[in-house]
Each structure stands twice: as structure tokens, then as C-alpha cells.
Design a protein around this ligand. Structure first.
Ligand SMILES: Nc1ncnc2c1ncn2[C@@H]1O[C@H](COP(=O)(O)OP(=O)(O)OP(=O)(O)O)[C@@H](O)[C@H]1O
Ligand SMILES: [Mg+2]
Length: 342
């Protein structure tokens, strides 16, 4: 294997140490993905330089000049605290004619905007819940075709920020209140979509032109009381005690017959292509009791921490964590950016 110089862009304050010796679990949590990536790339024999970035491109320019990376590994999820600016950082790397891992600028821009991505999906007849956008500063008028229950969230946030049981609303007053809450909490426009009762499914996709999907992964809620909706709220995702109390785990989706797995895989590849994604992604789906599948959102550059859904579902078909990261590097190196044709 060729030894590569890999510049790893991480959020300021998330540059991981070389070892985990003497570090507590709580201390590790915020930069666990960054650690797993850097440590594994080093184990693969690559020369790794992690760089913390917050609101300045100059350190990136200096690192490109002095370290001369063969590729930049993109682990930044925001710039200057803005979650939609990851596409601008990747655009900068393209302008600098640098290979990078993960999604290209267009795919990042399209997939991060839940409303825009759903408009594109609708054009391609990809099943996604009906929706309306409620911009900050405007009165909430529910379109007649949008009936309750509805699910209200920020149009661009991720990590379930601002998502709780109260995100599901059953009348116009609750809708207006929740839209106001989203505006105030996230500073983003709100989107309300048809609430899909059903199973929670995640599917990893890897590739640029030829795509691989991993087996459908499911979040289950074994001990959740019946009157609590089985949705991935921020507590469900991040609160370990809550996860144990309610028996929340993720694992290969059980009882999906081959035809359904195939249908899910084809659907996810269509979404990936429709949104111009590249590198690696994760689709979030909901599956109803009658077997209808809805695309909730497409995540470009999803969490690739060791032991998380993407890596686990890859491992279930024999692709080790090391192999996943090496594939991601290779896909970055082979991506045909526009500047290469000039
Ligand atoms: N229309 C919907 N119907 C039912 N559940 C929904 C709907 N939209 C969102 N959810 C629930 O809320 C969760 C989070 O929603 P979504 O994936 O859109 O937000 P996110 O903050 O971008 O999440 P992340 O980036 O962590 O995947 C979903 O995984 C699902 O459980
Ligand atoms: Mg999601």
C-alpha cells in the first residue's frame, strides 16, 4: 500500500492525542471519531497531520504548503459554527486543486438542505414525506394538503439538535409553537413534514460512480413505553443512561427479506446519485408496517467513528474499519474534480 501524507481537518479543540492512555470516557467522547480516524490511518502506515479549524482558512493554506498532503481527510462539520459551511471548505480545497475525502461541494450543499434535497427527490419520484418550510420572521400558514401529525425540525441542523418528543405535533397551535421553538433554538428556518410512524433504518453508501450499499441498520427501542414515539431524538442519540433505560440499540435490521434489502439498496443509490453525492454517505429511512419506505434525509460525510452504524454495517459484510478508511482515501484520490479536466 502506498504511504500517503494525510492532512486531517478537525474542529478546533478536537485534535486527538496520540494515545488514549489516562484519558477518561467523558473526555474522549467529543473527539472519538477524530481519534479513531487518525489512529487507524497511522496504523495503516500513513503520515497523519490533524489540524484544528474554526473560522480561518489560513492554517489550511499553510498546512497544504508545508505538509504537502497527498489528500485531505475532511472531518470538519462546520466552519465558524455554521453547519452549512462545510461545502465552502471543500470548495476551497477544490480551488486549491487538492484531493479530499468524502462528499463534493454540490453534494454537500444539496444534501444538507432538507427542503432543497426533498425537492430534488420529489422530481425523481423518490418517496419522502410531504413538507412545508416555515421561514424565520414569517407567519405560520399550514398548506391544506399537509395534515397532522407533523414532524417539525430545523431545515439544516444535524445530530438531532432541537429534536424531541415535542417535535411531533397534532394541531395548528402546537405547530406554530414548535416552529417558533425551532427558530429560536437553532436560528434556522423550520421544516414540517408528514410524521411517518414506523421502523428507523439507516443505510451506508460508499462510492463515487460505482456504489456499494451496506446492509440496512436498525435502531430499536426494546423497553420504550408504548406511548412514547420511537424516533431518534437528541436524548436517544446522545444520552447513554437513557439508551440503557429504554433498551435503545442499533443492529442489522431483522426480518428484511432479500427483495426488501434490494429495494432499499436501489432506493439509497438513487438518492445518492440524485443529490450528486460522492465518497460516503448514510441514508436515514422510515419503514411503515405496510412496508412503505420513506427517505427522511441523506447525510453526506456521516459519522465514521469506530463502532458507529456506518462502520458496523460495513464490518457486517467483512469490510474492516481499516479497509473502510482506506476505501474512503482511495475514493478521494480517484474523484474526478472539474479542475482535473482543464
Ligand atoms: N418525518 C418524520 N417522520 C418520523 N420521524 C422523523 C421524521 N423526521 C425526522 N424524524 C425522526 O427524527 C430523527 C432525526 O431527524 P433527521 O435525521 O432529519 O435529523 P438530523 O438532526 O439531521 O439527524 P442526524 O444528522 O443525526 O441523522 C430521525 O432519525 C427520525 O427518528
Ligand atoms: Mg438523520
Amino acid at each position: 500500500m502506498t504511504k500517503l501524507r494525510v492532512l486531517v481537518l478537525v474542529r478546533e479543540g478536537h485534535v486527538p492525542p496520540l494515545t488514549l492512555e489516562g484519558v477518561s470516557e467523558e473526555e474522549i467522547d467529543p473527539w472519538k471519531a477524530e481519534f479513531d480516524v487518525c489512529e487507524t490511518l497511522r496504523r495503516l502506515g500513513h503520515d497523519v497531520l490533524p489540524l484544528g479549524v474554526y473560522d480561518d482558512l489560513a492554517p489550511i493554506r499553510v498546512a497544504l504548503r508545508d505538509f504537502q498532503p497527498n489528500i485531505t481527510f475532511m472531518l470538519l462539520e462546520e466552519f465558524h459554527g455554521v453547519v452549512t459551511y462545510d461545502f465552502a471548505v471543500i470548495s476551497y480545497l477544490e480551488l486549491m486543486q487538492q484531493p479530499y475525502t468524502g462528499c463534493n461541494p454540490r453534494g454537500l450543499l444539496l444534501s444538507k438542505d432538507k427542503a432543497l434535497s426533498k425537492k430534488v427527490m420529489t422530481f425523481h419520484r423518490i418517496p419522502t414525506p410531504r413538507f412545508a418550510v416555515f421561514p424565520i420572521g414569517r407567519k405560520v400558514h399550514r398548506p391544506k394538503k399537509l395534515s397532522f401529525p407533523l414532524f417539525v425540525k430545523s431545515v439544516v441542523e444535524d445530530a438531532s439538535f432541537g429534536i424531541s418528543q415535542a417535535s411531533i405535533v397534532h394541531n395548528d397551535q402546537a405547530l406554530a409553537d414548535r416552529v417558533k421553538f425551532v427558530h429560536e433554538k437553532t436560528n434556522d428556518d423550520a421544516i414540517a413534514e408528514q410524521y411517518i410512524e414506523g421502523r428507523e433504518i439507516y443505510v451506508g453508501v460508499l462510492g463515487n460512480t460505482r456504489l456499494t450499499t451496506f446492509p440496512a441498520w436498525e435502531m430499536s427501542f426494546e423497553k420504550m413505553p408504548d406511548d412514547v414515539a420511537r424516533i431518534a431524538t437528541s436524548r436517544v442519540k446522545w444520552d447513554r443512561k437513557y439508551q440503557i433505560k429504554h433498551g435503545i440499540t442499533t443492529h442489522a435490521a431483522k426480518d428484511l427479506d432479500e427483495a426488501t434489502q434490494e429495494r432499499v439498496s436501489r432506493l439509497c443509490k438513487r438518492v445518492y446519485r440524485a443529490l450528486s453525492m460522492s465518497g460516503y454517505g448514510r441514508m436515514d429511512l422510515r419503514m411503515t408496517d405496510s412496508g412503505e419506505i420513506y427517505v427522511i434525509e441523506a447525510n453526506a460525510n456521516p459519522n465514521i467513528e469506530y463502532g458507529e452504524d456506518f462502520a458496523e454495517s460495513a464490518e457486517s459484510v467483512g469490510l474492516s474499519y481499516e479497509a473502510v478508511l482506506q476505501r474512503i482515501l482511495n475514493l478521494g484520490l480517484s474523484y474526478k474534480a472539474a479542475w482535473m479536466a482543464v
